[in-house]
Design a protein around this ligand. Structure first.
Ligand code: PRP
Length: 208
């Protein structure tokens, strides 16, 4: 049978994901010694790992080119979910938060507020749920710069240790929701390879 293909988010979640796979007895030496290779065997070849950017993990799983994916809830909330979220992996824990300049009341004044974010859909939904009209500017990197440069009144971003905010004179104004890594599955794969996927999810659940 062809290997079960799992898309893994590079960076932040990579180390914890590899450790979790090793904890359930899968040999990840090829992933650890990856170099520039992007599709790597895991275990005895029963699993294949694809290292990708978070949003691409979702694209691959939704389109069925990967059976499973490991991705943060932040990316899921931003990009929708035409797939099954089968397990909360528990690691990669952080928060979505509204942040702004230290000591400044975010809600002061009457004008429409501007929010900068790498997660415009999450930001929009959050303020919609509070009945507030806002303008959202999409930023690709270091969103903390936006209020410092005067581009926005606040940011909606992930906060882990809070160090980035602190070092830039910003603070959390409101916590929006908790985030952690999730195991997601393509819906057809979940039917066709149910046993393999359930076995893997069960083993992961036990060690996490
Ligand atoms: C995230 C986020 C913050 C930072 C928060 O960026 O956008 O900038 O981490 O972490 P802290 O609270 O521990 O300081 P990340 O490092 O994931 O980089 P990115 O810009 O590639 O998303």
């Amino acid at each position: 049978m062809k290997p079960l293909r799992i898309a893994l988010t590079k960076g932040r979640l990579e180390k914890d994901t590899i450790e979790a796979l090793e904890k359930i007895g899968l040999d990840c030496s090829a992933v650890r010694a990856k170099g520039r290779k992007l599709i790597l065997p895991v275990g005895n070849g029963e699993i294949e790992v694809v290292l990708s950017k978070a949003a691409d993990v979702i694209t691959y799983v939704e389109n069925g080119v990967c059976d499973l994916g490991v991705v943060g809830k932040d990316t899921i909330m931003e990009n929708g979910s035409h797939f099954f979220e089968i397990l909360n992996l528990g690691f990669g824990r952080c928060n979505f938060a509204l942040a702004g300049k230290k000591g400044v009341d975010f809600y002061e004044g009457f004008g429409t507020k501007t929010i900068a974010s790498k997660y415009p859909n999450v930001a929009r939904k959050y303020f919609e749920s509070r009945g507030m009209d806002i303008r959202v500017i999409k930023i690709e990197g270091s969103v903390e710069l936006a209020p410092l440069l005067g581009l926005s009144d606040g940011i909606v971003d992930i906060v882990e240790t809070g160090t980035t905010l602190k070092e830039n004179g910003l603070e959390v104004k409101e916590y929006i929701s908790e985030i952690s890594a999730r195991l997601i599955a393509n819906s057809a794969s979940l039917k066709l390879r149910k046993k393999e996927i359930e076995d893997l999810a069960e083993k992961l659940e036990k060690v996490l």
